[in-house]
Design a protein around this ligand. Structure first.
Ligand code: SOE
Length: 393
């Protein structure tokens, strides 16, 4: 553990699934997680006890007023991201925000401008780029090992919102934003394939659907992925309008074409983000539920199934691997690897000229892609991602 990392003090906003995930990853890095803020001090106290956190701040203002805090992680519901990230930046602290960066592109553009102006380190948690084999795929594509990338397929399937008794704040448009499955998990798929191809999505054609139009909401709080363990609780009927699922055609700036299926109602699929990339010479395929295997498809010689192995990977992929081959890495390790790159900049005191981690620019871009998805679904036509001049090309 480096002394520099141990001198960095961090506060976490949010006590749900992500708040705990961030805390654990930061502790593995050796960063000093000082305390948390929850939706209520009581909720935060319970989580602080469970996660052995030294301090509970009564409010975001109290956390930001603490001069000892250098960086703040925002893992609260989406509708809080803009106001909280803006406050963190105003307090002069580095900011790491869960996706989506904002519920609208107006919010995410504003946060990007504020963070750049303040000179603080800013990052968005597209952690799923940080599977070593995703970095390996990126390096292989950049190295033309597939030839020219042509076709991308796959998607992101989960089942934790399959039943009408499944509930979470993400189902409430005022909390989550207008899109649900697409913004929550589709955004990871977009980020993964754009990262691997090194080329942004320019146009989309989307079909969104809500299969479960009313749900039985428990009257108490329900954490992400926790509905199945609730048992008999008091419930009320709520209408739901956001997307359970989507089918989306995508076009990339480099000419590649893609298609993806996004769903939170696919029984048996827990966290199945997958992609296949077909190039002019070879193909690649990978699935998050089996993240140690990268399939490489060929026409004139036998296909390969490569394991994560730092000794046999490109240097950028080996650099984010924490364990030797055969010592299986997974979802929590992606946060450790992502935070390691972000905290190198925090230790240095500011963002590097070209950060390798996803910044607020990537977070804002993801919101622009989601807004194009919503526009396409509403109009039944292709929609162009509306970037300003100078934004990704
Ligand atoms: C819930 O769908 C969720 O926790 C997402 O919000 C995360 O971004 C994803 O990594 C796992 O699933």
């Amino acid at each position: 553990m480096s002394a520099a990392l141990a001198s960095i003090n961090v506060g976490i906003i949010g006590t749900g699934f992500m708040g705990v995930t961030h805390t654990e990853a930061l502790r593995r890095l050796g960063v000093n997680v000082v305390g948390i803020v929850g939706s209520t001090p009581q909720r935060a106290l319970a989580k602080a006890e469970a996660a052995n956190l030294p301090r509970v701040y009564d409010s975001v203002d109290a956390l930001l007023a603490d001069p000892a805090i250098h960086a703040v992680h925002i893992t609260s519901p989406n509708d809080m991201h803009h106001v909280q990230a803006a406050a963190v930046i105003t307090a002069g602290k580095h900011v790491i925000c869960e996706k989506p960066l904002g519920t609208t592109a107006t919010e995410s553009a504003d946060l990007l401008a504020r963070a750049q102006h303040a000179g603080v380190v800013h990052a968005v948690c597209f952690n799923q780029r940080y599977y070593p084999l995703v970095h390996q795929a990126q390096a292989m594509v950049a190295n033309a090992e597939l030839g020219t990338p042509r076709l991308v397929s796959g998607g992101y399937l989960q089942d934790w919102l399959l039943l009408e008794t499944d509930w979470n704040w993400r189902l409430v448009a005022e909390r989550a934003g207008a899109l649900r499955a697409v913004a929550d998990i589709g955004s990871h798929w977009f980020d993964n394939v754009e990262f691997i191809l090194g080329s942004p999505i320019t146009d989309v054609f989307a079909d969104l659907h809500t299969f479960i139009t009313s749900r039985q909401r428990p009257t108490g709080d329900v954490e992400t992925f926790a509905a199945h363990s609730l048992g008999e609780v008091e419930r009320v009927t709520e209408p739901v309008v956001s997307d359970d699922a989507a089918g989306i055609l995508v076009r990339f700036a480099n000419g590649a074409r893609g298609t993806c299926t996004i769903s939170q109602v696919s029984a048996g699929r827990k966290n199945a983000m997958s992609w296949e990339i077909n190039g002019s010479q070879s193909s690649l395929a990978w699935n998050q539920e089996n993240p140690e295997d990268l399939w490489i498809g060929h026409r004139g010689r036998p296909n390969e199934l490569r394991k994560r192995d730092p000794g046999l990977m490109h240097s950028t992929a080996a650099a984010i691997t924490g364990y030797p081959a055969g010592h299986v890495e997974g979802y929590p390790d992606t946060f450790r690897a992502l935070f390691a790159t972000i905290y190198a900049d925090i230790v240095a005191g500011g963002p590097s000229p070209v950060p390798t981690y996803p910044t607020f620019a990537d977070g804002h871009d993801a919101v622009l892609v989601c807004e194009a998805v919503a526009r396409s679904a509403a109009s039944g036509t292709w929609a162009t991602v509306q970037r300003e001049a100078g934004e990704r090309s």
